[in-house]
Design a protein around this ligand. Sequence first.
Ligand code: URA
Length: 498
Amino acid sequence: MRTVMLEGKGDFTEWRNAARALLQARVPPQEIDWRCREDAARDLFGPTPEALSDAEADNVPQSGLTVPQAFLPLAEAAICHSDPARFQLLYRVLFRLQEERALLEIRSDADVAQLHAMEKSVRRDCHKMTAFVRFKEIDGGTLRRQFLAWFEPDHHIVARAAPFFQRRFTDMDWVIATPKGTAAWDGISLTTSTEPADNPMLTDDTDMLWRTYFSNIFNPARLKVKMMQTEMPKKYWKNLPEAELIPGMIASAEASVIAMAERAARDAPLFHERLQAAARTVPEAPRPTAGTLEELREEARTCTRCALHCKATQTVFGEGPADAGTMIVGEQPGDQEDLAGRPFVGPAGKLFDTVAGEVGLDRSRAYVTNAVKHFKYEPRGKRRIHQKPNMGEVQQCKWWLKLELDLIKPKLVVAMGATALAALTDSRQRLSDLRGRMLPFGEGQTLLVTVHPSYLLRIPDAERRAEETARFRSDLAAAADFARKAGIGDVSRGIAAG
Ligand code: URA
């Protein structure tokens, strides 16, 4: 049996030099007692260290030894492990690799499994060090700011983790002291030593900052104690200023969640006060208002009559000539209309334009508007999903629709969809009962009811969609026909002739 004495503080080169000589001399693993000076110091009566005798060393053949590439990173990590058995394990694997070239691929092999477990433990220790080092500022009497941190790693990882801190905190001078050595950076060079350091027991103002940060990111409703302790194991707590808050936070989490739920049920949403104030200033009955369409549009820009203005980008008011003979009324602006500030410019608007063009209804001569002037939606990821306005919102917005009707006085009003029908007539009749007929409306005006173009876009079956679109086309053709006969002029003569 021969003894190899190593410093054993994570220095891969030290082990590799010894292992290479032993392997070249074909010394089998069971004949070597790998020792670490630290452990030997405790063992006063242990054997005197000895590796190869001078004669043996002289006789070692200098043949090139090779190992699979995957061995080196595993060995470089495992050598940092604090288990004294690591040298023996590494040499055994190295020895076996000379015959069993594919050994590392056999994950069920006990040596390989142990090697991987050591590598994993070292990797985790490095990760925890990068996460849990807390620098404190010290007065080093130099122009550059200086920081000191204390950390207690499980393994000999100081030299391995130090480059991370050099990259991350390159603009300050720092020292990380640990019981397994020290790393220091002065803006020019990174130095590491394996001398054990003492805990400097420092505190500073950043401790308070860490506590404030931690208590602000803590969400009691999401507390999972087990997961938290896996991420931030208890053994690190003593050096983390924020950790002293953890027991109290865990103890009060349940009560905090109940209090949060009670507050949510009791307190009005944040925008509530704004809405209440708006409601107080908006009179109930229509007041004498803008005399022109442009003034009305300007007034509507700041409308807060219902909550929809809170989430919408802007008011989407009607557009078209002030003397239009035909008024087209839809439901509410969609996503694209909300962004563009114009009605019927999205997919439903394009379908409407196409069908209206086919029957000779000239959109540019008609006034196009909506029952509700703000986009109502539900955010879902990056998308905004259309939501039907409720009757309260329709009632509030009727204020604008009525003023538009009063100013424009169209001869023909086309209601597209149930919301437009409800806003224009207060009627509870079904759209299907009124559809396609010329109905008396307002002061000697006429109302034509049809479906909303979005309804057509939502029909999945192509054949049914074609049928329904044909019905929509014949409704718009009836509107064009009416306009032509009433001499409204909202028809493009060429196409409408058929
Ligand atoms: N649907 C509507 O009802 N109006 C628009 O402006 C767009 C889509």
